[in-house]
Design a binder for this molecule. Structure first.
Ligand code: HEC
Ligand code: HEC
Length: 322
């Protein structure tokens, strides 16, 4: 009997150890590795910044200047409300003290530095230690596809923007969603860590479109149905779904009669530039915010995105449950 109990304790301790190891964000930081020194291409960083729609979540709500990334937007989700953080170059409140590698780890592996509160009794000021898991409400499931060079340019561009003071409040998440450690398991299940690989049998513009839509553009994050754990259902990718913030539904953007089946590449390029659809309508709400960003990237990039969307497998659109 005693041997059974001891055996059980050993098994549980090993299981706890394995679980602790698997959910540890520190290991992932090491995966970034050092990047060769390179002169950042700020124009490339600007394009990726707008293709990526960072302002939609990180700009201050109610501030007309969308380049002030002070955060504070309350992002609703089925798991609770996230208060989007400050990613301006402010040294204490934003990401101004981050290294390029820390930024890349956040975008590719959902790993962020832990902010330690100041300790008055030991005179230790607020500081960063490694690391915590980030919530996938920050769509790193898409951003992970971006190349390290592009991420370095994006980081350099963000560092040229205004430094904004102030921190967003803590997220408002009920137990167990408030435990960041648990996200380690979520990432094991749903984050593959793969950078986009161009398909040499396809044209350069089709590859560029695939990269922009699946990487920075994170279009599927809204235009797909999700499972109970909040991960995109692969066979429903781009076929539309409920709005992740609970404001109705998001349309099917595959070339199916229930989606953009009758649209031309020009129609799609126009919607991404001006918001006007071929039905003489204008997209609004969350897509209006997307268009405010895609309007600022080169024509060739909007055309590449359109070309890629029209090459997607046609899928029957999402049907609202009765
Ligand atoms: C759909 C909303 C959304 C979009 C779009 C978005 N983010 Fe975020 N981001 C978040 C949320 C929410 C968090 C907080 C995650 C957490 O606390 O784990 C976050 C966190 C971050 C962090 C970590 C900040 C910190 O202090 O830990 C960085 C860096 C970041 N985002 C960069 C970006 C960049 C760059 C873009 C554009 C390419 C972007 N984000 C687009 C929602 C978004
Ligand atoms: C934040 C959520 C969100 C993101 C991200 C998003 N969309 Fe949308 N999209 C919507 C919503 C909501 C609508 C419906 C808008 C309306 O009808 O006013 C829409 C509409 C569209 C339409 C028009 C479809 C139709 O039938 O009218 C197209 C095309 C489209 N999106 C393409 C894209 C592309 C390409 C991307 C990536 C660059 C993208 N969307 C990213 C939410 C989003």
């Amino acid at each position: 009997m005693k041997r059974v109990v001891v055996g059980l304790i050993v098994v549980l301790a090993v299981a706890a150890g394995v679980l602790w190891y698997l959910t540890d964000a520190t290991r992932e930081m090491a995966k970034v590795g050092p990047l060769p020194a390179r002169q950042p291409d700020l124009e490339n960083g600007r394009i990726l910044f707008f293709a990526g729609g960072c302002t939609s979540c990180h700009a201050r709500p109610n501030d007309p200047d969308k380049l002030k990334l002070g955060g504070g937007y309350a992002l609703k989700s089925p798991f609770g409300t996230f208060h989007v953080p400050n990613i301006s170059p402010h040294k204490e409140d934003g990401i101004g003290a981050w290294s390029r590698e820390q930024f890349i780890a956040a975008m590719r592996f959902g790993v962020i530095p832990k902010v330690q509160a100041a300790n008055r009794s030991t005179n230790v000021p607020r500081h960063m230690t490694c690391c915590d898991n980030a919530y996938p409400a920050f769509p790193y499931t898409s951003y992970q596809r971006m190349s390290p060079e592009d991420l370095a340019d994006l980081f350099a561009f963000i560092m040229t923007l205004a430094s904004v003071e102030g921190r967003a409040p803590d997220h408002d998440l009920p137990f167990p969603y408030n435990i960041r450690r648990g996200l380690g398991l979520w990432k094991l299940a749903f984050l593959d860590g793969q950078i986009f690989r161009p398909d040499p049998s396809k044209s350069a513009s089709l590859n560029r479109g695939a990269y922009l839509v699946n990487g920075p553009g994170h279009c599927a994050e809204c235009h797909s149905e999700r499972n109970a754990a909040g991960a995109i259902l692969e066979d429903r990718r781009f076929a539309g779904g409920p709005d992740p913030e609970g404001r109705g539904t998001v349309p099917n953007i595959t070339p199916h009669p229930s989606g953009i089946g009758g649209w031309t590449a020009d129609d799609l390029t126009t919607v991404l530039k001006t918001g006007e659809t071929p039905n003489f309508d204008t997209v609004g709400g969350p897509m209006g915010a997307v268009v405010a960003n895609t309007a600022q990237i080169p024509d060739a990039d909007r055309q590449a995105m359109a070309e890629y969307l029209l090459s997607l497998p046609p899928r029957q659109g999402f049907k609202k449950p009765e």
